[in-house]
Design a binder for this molecule. Structure first.
Ligand SMILES: [Zn+2]
Length: 88
């Protein structure tokens, strides 16, 4: 299964080369393109993004290569109190 993760890392590198505009928020799942809620910072550098579904699916593998995993799946249910500031 680690080969799959390596493929993902390669994919991420390629995406970085391709998408060089730093203003473009690439918070999309690397597997399905859905909204990403899991940011995986790799020990080898770079990072991967996953939706809640794929984040959970790959978590055991990702933990082996990740320096840090930022789980933001809570955002799926929790809405920040200040989120509706522009609604006035
Ligand atoms: Zn996904």
């Amino acid at each position: 299964m680690l080969t799959l993760v390596r493929q993902l890392v390669e994919l991420e590198k390629r995406r970085r080369d391709y998408c060089s505009d730093p203003r473009e928020p690439a918070d999309r799942c690397d597997r399905c393109g859905a909204q990403a809620y899991l940011r995986v910072v790799l020990m080898s550098g770079g990072e991967l993004l996953f939706c809640a579904h794929h984040g959970r699916k790959f978590e055991p593998e990702l933990k082996k290569i990740a320096a840090e995993i930022q789980d933001e799946t809570e955002r799926l249910t929790a809405v920040p109190a200040s989120a509706s500031d522009e609604d006035r």
